[in-house]
Design a protein around this ligand. Structure first.
Ligand SMILES: Cc1cc2nc3c(=O)[nH]c(=O)nc-3n(C[C@H](O)[C@H](O)[C@H](O)COP(=O)(O)OP(=O)(O)OC[C@H]3O[C@@H](n4cnc5c(N)ncnc54)[C@H](O)[C@@H]3O)c2cc1C
Length: 474
């Protein structure tokens, strides 16, 4: 795709729309908007950054961008792991950081109405103050924005019980790529009124429209909960035990996470925390949360779950008896992605998802594939309860950025195809962005991609909204 450059005249027009204070052109300031957590190897500089304060400015921006044929890339907090907010063709980055108000917490309908730039944790805290609960938040809850969670269909530790962001979005207001306002869904809880454009927006990675408002479903907080940490000497036993817990207890845990020993040791040492129990013998851990209506029910459930783990070869079962103990365990899991991303600049944060029944076999076969690549390290942590266990790949050599992109994409593509053949798919929650385009078309086949291209053309005939993501434009 060829695009026009942002000229001084366009910058002047942007200043008139957004106000001088909300238009950045200084290269030092632009750099903060050039990459995301997928890594600096994906860095592309924008020509200008604008910070929207209201939807009318976004309408004007989209009309201007279409007229001038300049690309616009929406951006949340930049915590994405797929390069989805990186302005590959330069142009204008549209930052949502100033549209950050929680507009309403409606206790009657049990919904929150937010601007897209609300930090998800701020939403969680605000609804908790009213005795309510937002269950869809990802592990990046302290930095990522709710609007971006919606367009990436973010998941998190609680998907196993509550579903990913898609399950929690009741309404969206957005500005289409051509500058038309769309009001999709609302506070209502059901709808069969033609195609669901609302659900089309969820997971669209900012390629169809700019989200300006979201209506989020709330629920009540869990009853009494308990966290269990279970070490296993054998990696595969831990994987099998996770299914055994769900099969035996016949309830979905609130969380069901898996961490291999490499991930645990790296995180604990980096954060200078005390070692995990049985760290010298363990190859992997399960960390999961159970919910009960009262202490008796919780104790009975924990007993059953613990036995289900021991039956599968667990070394021991540690029950966190206080909130402080639980918090310590969850700090390690919560910080794990940030620690490995910070420590290893050449790390591909994998995101394959398979049906829960296939996780054990997927891991065995993935490790088999990786024996062909002794110059790479494969390690896992993730949301095993929903089959989204992250196969992360680490560069053991000092390749150039470009060589790493090409090599890691090729190898990761093999893992994705393995997952796809087992009834899974390429991305469970991070999205496709830049790096997984080739493997998405391989996994889905040409026809679904052609349909997606057709949808993109209807919303964005000039191809100016977040181009180069999910699939290449013709
Ligand atoms: C440490 C860490 C842990 C993570 N854990 C998880 C996890 O548990 N689960 C998970 O799903 N992800 C996780 N992620 C990935 C990431 O946090 C999510 O993808 C998150 O939803 C991105 O939010 P963001 O505000 O940073 O968006 P960005 O990265 O800035 O943007 C993401 C996408 O949203 C688009 N976008 C942003 N705002 C708008 C808007 N208003 N309208 C239209 N498009 C828009 C962008 O164009 C881009 O395509 C993690 C990342 C890190 C660094």
């Amino acid at each position: 795709m060829e695009y026009s450059k942002v000229t001084p005249a366009i910058v002047d027009e942007l200043k008139a729309i957004f106000g001088e204070r909300n238009v950045l052109t200084d290269p030092e300031k632009l750099e903060a908007y050039a990459s995301d957590e997928a890594g600096k190897q994906w860095l592309h500089m924008p020509e200008v950054v604008v910070k929207a304060e209201n939807e009318d400015q976004i309408v004007q921006l989209m009309k201007l961008a279409n007229r001038e044929h300049v690309p616009v890339t929406p951006r949340g907090a930049g915590s994405g792991l797929a390069g989805s907010c990186v302005p590959v063709y330069g142009g204008i980055v549209l930052s949502m950081e100033k549209m950050n108000r929680i507009l309403e917490i409606d206790e009657v309908n049990m919904v929150a109405v937010c601007e897209p730039g609300v930090v998800t944790n701020d939403l969680c805290k605000a609804v908790a103050d009213k005795g309510l609960f937002y269950a869809g938040y990802p592990m990046s809850v302290e930095e990522s924005y709710i609007g971006a969670n919606v367009v990436t269909n973010a998941g998190g530790a609680k998907v196993v019980k509550y579903g990913s962001t898609r399950s929690h979005v009741l309404g969206i207001e957005c500005i289409s790529a051509t500058g038309e306002k769309l009001v999709l869904g609302g506070k209502r809880r059901k709808e069969t009124s033609g195609y669901s454009l609302l659900q089309l927006m969820v997971g669209s990675e900012g390629t169809l429209a700019v989200v300006t408002k979201v209506i989020i479903n709330l629920t009540v907080p869990p009853n009494m909960t308990v966290d269990l940490l279970v070490p296993f000497a054998n990696f595969d036993d831990a994987v099998k035990a996770s299914s055994n817990v769900i099969r035996t207890t016949k309830v979905y845990p609130i969380t069901m996470e898996f961490m291999d020993i490499f991930s645990v040791k790296t995180t604990v040492e980096h954060l200078k925390l005390p070692a995990f129990p049985a760290q010298d013998q363990a190859a992997a851990y399960l960390l999961f949360t159970l919910e009960g209506k009262n202490q008796d029910e919780l104790d009975e459930l924990a007993e059953k779950a613990g036995t289900a783990c021991l039956d599968m070869g667990a070394l021991d079962v540690f029950v966190a008896s206080t909130k402080t103990e639980s918090d310590k365990l969850w700090t390690v899991r919560q910080q794990m992605p940030s620690v490995v991303l910070e420590k290893f600049p050449h790390m591909l944060a994998g995101d394959v998802v398979v049906p829960r029944s296939e996780v054990a076999e997927f891991i065995v076969k993935a490790r088999d594939i990786m024996t062909k690549y002794p110059d790479l390290q494969l390690f896992f942590f993730g949301h095993i309860g929903d089959g989204n266990i992250h196969p992360n790949i680490l560069d053991k050599e000092s390749r150039s950025n470009q060589a790493w992109i090409e090599y890691s994409e090729k190898v990761y593509g093999e893992l994705c195809m393995l997952g796809a053949q087992m009834g899974g798919t390429v991305s469970g929650e991070h999205g496709i962005g830049l790096g997984k385009k080739h493997v998405l078309s391989q996994a889905l086949g040409e026809y679904p991609i052609a349909l997606m291209r057709g949808i993109k053309e209807v919303f964005d005939p000039n191809g100016i909204l977040n181009p180069g993501k999910i699939f290449d434009l013709k």
